[in-house]
Design a protein around this ligand. Structure first.
Ligand code: ZN
Length: 276
């Protein structure tokens, strides 16, 4: 039996990360263009407007890329199930058998919506951070203008300007704080997010395809993982909690053990768990 190809989503992940990096570069360019010595309310509004436009474009582009990425992952998961079960020998042959049945259509819709909303949250977060920082910087510039000529020497003003520029840059580059309180660069966060969502969609569509063919078990892939995933490699799991036998249901496995963020493990359906 030919093994299905291992999913590799570097291309999709890089395209999405690239879209974020490009937008962030453009935002930084807008922020650098700000004349901090002459920081009027009109300037501030114009900058925020440009940044809003950059982020709106990013949302549209990222939304489309997310849809294409999830659709690909779901399709790959179906192909993987078909090949693992020996129904087709090659990807090309398996591809002709791929059908987005109702359950996989729903999976695509849900996974796309979920990924898009997480990506939107990243953009919103960057937007909020930048707005708050621009407002704070503007207040500090006004304050330093008040003292101009009194005790604000040229070099002091230069220091303030440099510090404010640094704050503006940081507002873009450390914009995301996750549930565990860790700071992320938006592009790094998007990388992990998309990779994880795609692998999840792959796994879910593999399970759906197997169940639709009355296959209720699967084997966890192996690549010699050294982390907590390692102990699950080659293990038989149930693809539905109703399946008979003393096997763990795949979605009951704790996330810190298997299918953690960026986990590369997949599941290959098998008809008979005794033959694993
Ligand atoms: Zn893993």
């Amino acid at each position: 039996m030919t093994q299905p190809p291992k999913p590799n989503y570097d291309y999709e992940v890089n395209r999405l990360v690239g879209a974020y990096e490009k937008a962030i570069e453009e935002i930084l360019r807008e922020l650098n263009r700000l004349d901090l010595n002459n920081f009027s309310r009109a300037n501030q509004l114009a900058t925020l407007k440009s940044i809003g436009e950059i982020l709106n474009e990013l949302n549209v582009e990222a939304g489309e890329l997310a849809r294409a990425s999830i659709e690909k992952a779901v399709k790959d998961g179906i192909i993987s199930a078909i090949m693992s079960l020996g129904i087709a020998e090659t990807v090309q042959a398996a591809e002709t058998l791929v059908k987005f049945n109702r359950i996989n259509k729903e999976l695509v819709a849900a996974a796309v919506a979920d990924t898009q909303s997480d990506l939107l949250a990243v953009t919103r977060n960057v937007d909020n951070k930048v707005r708050a920082t621009v407002r704070r910087v503007s207040a500090e510039v006004l304050r330093s203008n008040l003292t101009k000529g009194v005790n604000a020497t040229q070099s002091l003003r230069r220091d303030i300007t440099a510090e404010l520029r640094k704050q503006l840059g940081e507002s873009v580059n450390t914009g995301i704080i996750d549930a565990a309180g860790r700071r992320w660069r938006p592009s790094k966060y998007v990388n992990v997010l998309v990779r994880t969502k795609m692998m999840e969609a792959h796994k879910e569509s593999t399970i759906n395809e197997a169940l639709s063919r009355d296959v209720m078990y699967g084997v966890i892939s192996r690549h010699g993982a050294k982390d907590a995933c390692g102990k699950w490699e080659g293990k038989v799991v149930k693809l539905t909690p109703d399946a008979p036998g003393n096997y763990v249901y795949i979605n009951d496995i704790p996330r810190n053990e298997l299918f953690h963020p960026c986990c590369r493990h997949t599941v290959s359906p098998i008809r008979n768990p005794e033959r694993a």
